[in-house]
Design a protein around this ligand. Structure first.
Ligand SMILES: [Zn+2]
Length: 362
């Protein structure tokens, strides 16, 4: 009786051992699962993440997974959260061609066009079916409108499956914008040091120290913030403007990604860290109070003094209804450069530059 109990225990221990080594070998063979795709180590595969249909409206998200032949970090690169922001989208298709899974450690998830319907219909900011801004509805809702369902799929399949994330934006079709990066502060020093290094490695010299995002994951709003609140170090980058596809903006994106991949030891070489970043410790988006036409009176990248006129609004009859002034002295990060102005939509964003002498941020 004693012996048979011991035998039973031995059997159980052996069974646990076998199961354990089985699950380990599954991890070690390096398969990566996303949506209904399985990507073996050393393999590159493209496909779609389906977004479920509701009230006759459905969509899908084109992705590529490059699964390295060696183990390592999982980095998600997301383009096209705004479908009229082209340089990040074009940059990811270039990276797809140029990254060899045989020499890659870890896994790259490329989300080519997160808001495909907006891309198809050439809409700025909004999905043409529900007129919601995808980058305001995270973490999404499987039973919500199409933008909320896209956000839900991105959270579940991309944010939750990665270790690090770069949310890649640029000036929308109507925005004249200088390149800059949002470094979103979580308050956890070690975590924030990692995302700070990602921001420096991406290589854009203007970096916003962003302490303004909500800390509530159930209302995280932005993709980058959703990643941060899910404990995935993340940055949001801005490179490109006014619906252009200029080479400089595309290359800034591809170089930035490769440098962050070096930082994360996914490819060989040292990251190209920005040596003299310009930190922006306060920023403000100024919104339109009325519908009408906007006439910018300054340019992107211009240093404005507090109170200086940035532009003015007229009604549809041509009457000036509002003058917009700089709320504080700082750099014009972007300014609307096409005439339509709608109540509640942004007109410009200004950032106050931190003196190196007074580094008070975490
Ligand atoms: Zn955007």
């Amino acid at each position: 009786m004693r012996l048979s109990n011991l035998t039973r225990l031995l059997f159980i221990l052996i069974a646990i051992g076998v199961l354990h080594s089985f699950s380990l070998s599954q991890e070690m063979n390096g398969r990566f699962l996303i949506g209904d795709m399985t990507i073996q180590a050393g393999e590159i595969r493209s496909g779609y993440l389906p977004v479920p249909e509701e009230s006759g409206i459905e969509t899908r998200i084109p992705i590529t997974v490059i699964n390295g032949s060696m183990p390592g970090e999982v980095l998600a690169l997301v383009a096209g959260v705004h479908g009229y922001e082209y340089p990040p989208i074009l940059a990811l298709y270039r990276l797809k061609k140029n990254i060899d899974p045989a020499t890659l450690s870890g896994t790259l998830i490329l989300v080519h066009i997160a808001s495909l319907q907006s891309f198809q219909k050439r809409t700025i900011y909004y999905n043409p079916h529900d007129w919601k801004n995808l980058n305001r509805v995270f973490p999404g809702d499987l039973k919500g409108t199409i933008s909320q369902r896209v956000a839900y799929v991105l959270k579940k399949e991309v944010v939750d499956r990665c270790d690090y994330l770069i949310d890649m934006h640029c000036g929308d079709g109507n925005e004249a914008l200088i390149p800059y990066t949002y470094w979103m502060i979580s308050g956890d020093k070690n975590f924030d040091d990692i995302s700070k290094k990602m921001a420096l490695a991406f290589g854009i010299k203007y970096i916003i120290i962003d302490q303004s995002r909500t800390k509530d994951l159930s209302d995280s709003k932005y993709l980058g913030n959703t990643a941060v609140l899910s404990e995935k170090p993340a940055i949001t980058t801005e490179s490109g403007y006014l619906g252009k596809t200029d080479e400089e903006s595309i290359v800034r994106n591809t170089r930035g990604v490769l440098s962050v991949m070096r930082l994360l030891k996914m490819i060989k070489g040292a990251p190209d860290m920005i040596r003299n970043p310009i930190w922006i410790d306060k920023y403000e988006v100024v919104y339109s109070d009325a519908d009408g036409l906007f006439y910018p009176q300054t340019e992107m990248g211009y240093f404005a003094k507090k109170g200086e006129i940035m532009g003015y609004l007229t009604d549809y009859l041509g009457n000036v209804v509002q003058e917009l002034r700089a709320p504080f002295s700082g750099i014009v990060l972007y300014i609307i450069h096409t005439p339509p102005a709608n109540k509640g939509e942004p007109l410009f964003e200004i950032g106050s530059i931190l003196d190196d002498g007074e580094m008070k941020f975490p």
